[in-house]
Design a protein around this ligand. Structure first.
Ligand code: IMP
Length: 431
C-alpha cells in the first residue's frame, strides 16, 4: 500500500501532528481532507515548536501539501497561519501549498454565529463546547448549497450573487440572535482584499492527486479531530460537523476509496476530550490531575483544558471498525510512567445491561459506567525510549493488552513530543 491515512481514533488530540510530521519524511505529498482551523497540531522539530491549525503538517518539511475539498477554509486565518509559519523560517510557496478550488469558505459570519449560538445555549445540555471557529455554520452553508467556495474568489460578480443568497438565509438567523444584518459591501470588500493572497495557491487538487497517484507518489492523508467527534459516528450532537473517519480521506480529497491505502489510527495511551458530551472513563481524582498535568492536556489553539480519563478499549475497538484501522500509533505512553496501577475500560454497564460497544443513543452514552480491568503500572521512565526493548516489562504488557483488546497492532509508539522519539514496529507505507 503506497498511501497512508492518519486518523484520530478517540476524541482528537491524540498526537496526530507529530506522527504525520514523522511520516512526512516517507511521503511525497500530504493532504488535509476535513475539518478546518478547529484542529490544532503541534510539531516539535529540533526543539522548535510549530503550531498548525489549517496547514497540512507536511509544510514544515517542505512537502507538497494539499488542503482538500472536504476542508472548510477561513482565508484570513490561512493567510495569518502562512505568515506565522514563514516567520519561523519555513517557506510556503504555491509549490508547497495547494488549496482545493472546490473547498468551501469560512466567512466572518460563521464564527460570529458559532459563538452567538453557544452563548445563547442556556438549556441544560444545549451547549456543544465548540472551538468557536465557525466550523459548524460553514458546513451548514455547504450542505445548504449556499456556501462561497474558494473558486468564487476569482469573480467579483459571483461573489456578489452568493453574498445575496447568504443574506437571505443568515439575516433572519442573525436577527434572532441579536446580531446585525450582514453588510454586503463590507463582506465583498473583505473577500476582494483576501482573494489575491489565496488565489496563487488554488488548484483543482483532485487532479494534482490523480496525477501524483498515477505516478506512484506516496500520499499521506492527515485527519483532524477523532472518530468520536465524527458527525455520523461520534457522540452526537457533541461532535464536530465533518466526517472524521478514514473513509472521508477519499471523498474529502477527490480520490477513490482504494487510494486511501493503510489506515493508521492515532491512539493516546489514555483518553481525553474537550468540549461537552459523554465521557464514561473521565476521572476527577488525582489520577485525572496527573494525566492532565504530566500530559500537558491543554488545547493547542484554544487553550482549553482537556478532560482526562483511563484508556477506553471499547471506544478504540469501535474506532478500529468504523475507520478500518490497519494499525495504530500509540502516543503519550510516558504520561503513565509512575502510576502504580492502570485501568483499562473493557465494557460498559448501562441500566444494568453489559455492552461491548458504545450505543448511539445519547441517553445510553451518558448513562454508561465503565467496567475496568486493572493492570500493574511501572515506575521506570519510558520517555524518549527509541526501542521496544528499552521499555519496562509492565509497559510492554500494557501495550500488548491494548492491542489484544482493540483488535489492531501497534505500528508506531511515540515516547515524547520530539520527532525522533518514535519506535517503529511496522512501516505503514509498507502495508
Ligand atoms: P467545532 O469543531 O468547533 O464545531 O467543535 C465541536 C466539538 O469538536 C467540540 O467538542 C470541540 O471541542 C471538538 N473539537 C473540534 N476540533 C477539535 C480538535 O482538534 N481536537 C479536539 N476536539 C476538537
Amino acid at each position: 500500500m503506497a498511501n497512508v491515512a492518519v486518523v484520530g481514533a478517540q476524541w482528537g488530540d491524540e498526537g496526530k501532528g507529530k506522527i504525520v510530521d514523522w511520516l512526512s519524511n516517507r511521503a511525497d505529498m500530504v493532504v488535509r481532507f476535513q475539518g478546518g482551523h478547529n484542529a490544532g497540531h503541534t510539531l516539535v522539530v529540533d526543539g522548535k515548536v510549530y503550531k498548525l491549525a489549517l496547514l497540512p503538517s507536511g509544510v514544515v518539511q517542505g512537502k507538497p501539501s494539499i488542503i482538500g475539498n472536504g476542508v472548510v477554509v477561513d482565508p484570513w486565518h490561512l493567510v495569518g497561519e502562512i505568515e506565522k509559519i514563514e516567520a519561523q523560517g519555513i517557506a510556503i510557496s504555491p509549490d508547497v501549498l495547494m488549496v482545493s478550488d472546490n473547498a468551501c469558505l469560512i466567512l466572518p459570519i460563521h464564527p460570529a454565529l458559532d459563538v452567538a449560538r453557544e452563548a445563547a445555549a442556556s438549556a441544560p445540555g444545549s451547549r456543544i463546547g465548540t472551538t468557536g471557529r465557525g466550523i459548524g455554520p460553514a458546513y451548514e452553508d455547504k450542505v445548504g448549497r449556499r456556501a462561497i467556495r474558494v473558486c468564487d474568489l476569482a469573480s467579483e460578480e459571483d461573489l456578489k450573487v452568493k453574498i445575496d443568497r447568504l443574506r437571505a438565509h443568515h439575516d433572519p438567523l442573525r436577527a434572532g440572535l441579536g446580531l446585525e444584518p450582514i453588510d454586503p459591501e463590507a463582506l465583498l470588500a473583505q473577500l476582494m482584499d483576501i482573494a489575491p493572497k489565496i488565489l496563487p495557491y488554488v488548484q483543482p487538487t483532485w487532479r494534482v492527486l490523480d496525477q501524483a497517484i498515477r505516478a506512484g507518489k506516496r500520499v499521506l492523508f492527515e485527519g483532524a479531530q477523532g472518530a468520536f467527534l465524527d458527525v455520523d459516528h461520534g457522540t452526537y450532537p457533541y461532535v464536530t460537523s465533518s466526517n472524521t473517519v478514514a473513509g472521508q480521506a477519499a471523498a474529502g480529497s477527490g480520490i477513490g476509496p482504494r487510494g486511501v491505502g493503510y489506515v493508521l489510527g492515532i491512539v493516546k495511551a489514555y483518553t481525553t476530550r474537550v468540549g461537552e458530551g459523554p465521557f464514561a472513563c473521565e476521572l476527577f481524582d488525582e489520577v485525572g490531575t496527573h494525566l492532565s498535568t504530566v500530559g500537558r492536556e491543554v488545547g493547542v489553539n484554544t487553550g482549553r483544558s482537556r478532560r482526562c480519563g483511563w484508556f477506553d478499549a471499547v471506544l478504540v475497538r469501535q474506532s478500529v471498525a468504523i475507520n478500518g484501522i490497519d494499525g495504530i500509533a500509540l502516543t503519550k505512553l510516558d504520561v503513565l510512567d509512575g502510576l502504580k496501577e492502570l485501568k483499562i475500560c473493557v465494557g460498559y454497564r448501562i441500566d444494568g445491561e453489559t455492552f461491548d460497544y458504545l450505543p448511539s443513543s445519547l441517553r445510553a452514552q451518558a448513562a454508561a459506567e465503565p467496567i475496568y480491568e486493572t493492570i500493574e503500572g511501572w515506575s521506570e521512565s519510558t520517555q524518549g525510549a527509541r526501542s521496544f526493548k528499552d521499555l519496562p516489562a509492565n509497559a510492554v504488557k500494557y501495550v500488548r493488552r491494548v492491542e489484544e483488546l482493540i483488535g489492531a497492532p501497534v505500528a508506531l509508539l511515540s515516547t515524547s513530543p520530539e520527532r525522533d522519539d518514535t519506535i517503529l514496529m511496522r512501516d505503514p507505507f509498507q502495508g
